[in-house]
Structure formats: C-alpha cells, structure tokens
Unconditional design. Sequence first.
Length: 372
Amino acid sequence: MKALYVHIPYCTSKCPYCDFASVPVDDSVEAYLDALAMEAAGSAAPRPLESVYVGGGTPTVLSPERIAVLFDVLRTSFEFSPDAEVTIEANPCSLNPEAAETLVACGVDRVSVGAQSFIASELSFLRRAHGPKDIARSVSLLREAGIDNISIDLMYALPAQTPESWRESLVRAVELRPDHISTYCLTFERGTPLWAALENGEIEKKSDDEEIELYEIARAMLGTEAYEHYEISNFALAGRRSRHNMVYWSNDEYLGLGASAVSYIDGKRSTNLREPLHYIDAVRTRGTAACEVEQIAPRMQAIETMIQRLRLRDGIDCAAFEARFGLHPEELFNGTFTELVDLGLIEHDSNTIRPTTTGFHLANEIALRVLS
C-alpha cells in the first residue's frame, strides 16, 4: 500500500450535479478533523507513502489553520516518501494567497482546480461560485506561491453547451498551461437536482453522438498542444500524469480516510460511512467507520485490474500481469477477446493489450462484455 486518499466533505454549497459525499461547511469541522486523526492513528502504512490525495468536497474551504492541522495529523501517522506527490482539490473561489502559502508550507506540490468551464453562462448553470477570471487568478497565485504542478477539471456535454463554447473553454484552459487537464462528461446522478430537472423535461441530455463530438474536439485540440491523452478522461504534459490516479487504474492498494472513503488492501475493499456526522460518531464509538467490507476473490482482482488498465492508453503489460496474477489477461476476457478485437475496441501485440480510440469511447461496453 503506497497511496492515501483523505476525504474532506465540506463545500460552500452543493452543486446540482454532485453525487459525492459533500455537505455545506458547518460547525462539525473540528469534530471531523478529530475523527480523522483517530482513524489515521488506527491505520498503518508499511512503507512510505508515494501519493497523498486530499479530495472532497472542497478541502480548501477549510481555513489555513485547519489545513495545517490536517497535514500535521497525516504526517504524524504516516511517513511520506521524499518525492511523494501530495495533491489537494480546490475551487477557484476557495484560493487566496494565504491559502496557497499554507499549502506549500504543508508540503502540497500538486493542486487540482475545479474550473469546469470558462463560459460564464455554463458556470451559472452549474451553480459554480466562480467566474472565468477567477480560474486564471487561482492558477496564477498557486504558481506565485511555488506550486508548479496544477491540474484543471473541465466538464462537457452540458445541455446548452455548443462545440464552439467547448472549444473556447479548452483554448482558455490551454492558455494557462496547466500540467494536467481532466475532461469529464456531465452525468445525471439519480437524486440530484440536475436529475430532477432532466426527469421534469426542464433540460435535455446531449445525445451519444453529440457527446462523442465534444470528446473528439478535446482529444484533437489537446493533442496538438502536447497533452498526452493517457486515460479516457485525462490529458497530461510529459511527466505529469496523476500518480495517485494511476494507483487506482492499476488496481494497486490504497488506504482511504474520512466519510465515504474507500480502502483496498490485501484484496479487501472497505467503504466508510457516507454521512460526516455518522462517520464521526462511528470513529468515536468503535474506532472505525467501515460499513461495507468485501473480500475480492483472486480471479476477480485480476479481472478488475484488467478492466481498469483498459482505461489507459498504455493498456495491459501481459508479462507483468501474468507475473502478478498467474494468469494471462486473454484468459479473462470471457470468450470476448477476438470479438472485441474484431469490433475495433482493443488491439494487441506480442505483450500488450490496449484500447483503441473507439475503445476509449466505449470502455463501459468493454467492461460489460468481459463481465457478462
């Protein structure tokens, strides 16, 4: 286990599309940080952490003093590798010079900025608190503070979004020259306000063809700007892939702390209680907030790893896979390997199986065929 995820569930407000475990910031923050300290103290990492990722929510809604407390807690319980990638998520409006300086003092060397769009009307639809100029301001102050590894999140397939407005967002993002860009297709999660608006006919979802058109625009534009399309939704300059997410996509082990956090250790996947107050109470009373624990059978571990690796342009190194699981990945395709090749969804050579460009679009289809 070489990676740690820490969930901070607090936001200034809940976005209408968000289905993550997040709540408006309130007076439970101190109790939550105390519970995190208790959970961290009861956890163990047998080796220095190579990746630490603080997500949410919006972790930077915490005051600089609380952010410092959080990292003191983590460094007290865990050893960080000298070259560990330490990432925190932030929204443009939650960043100011003091916050940026605190992040640097805490050892944060990578910030993921939730921009979502550079179009004012699209940000308004998403009920984001920031405007387009705030994105550039936040990137600038992070760099001035000394953080030189910055990722920007963008969202496409918004109901009123056009190819032209999507191109404008991409152009303005590239102008800031972030090290990493994530492009996420808007999803309508059941139970969210956006889902209700869709069900009531107030908005209309983009068609599959429209989603693919926008996806291809991003792939083409970012490719010409030296961003490597290394994962379905992710693009990076040379050497700037997300090391933390590569742990997930390789199905390696990781520890999760906080409400809704997931851990995957020794083939066992455990999930913490989702509601922050329930999480706090569970850690206080029984020392753990785990509510779901599943032991993954060895063959299923191999299948999950294969499916995750097919999200990556690098695909599956068959020799490394066989050394890890004692199985050649072709044995796990449930009889669909030739079919997927013939459909143009995967390609292979003597040692590598990887998704095609079409396979990137249809990663879920690949997974369904393997699991069926």
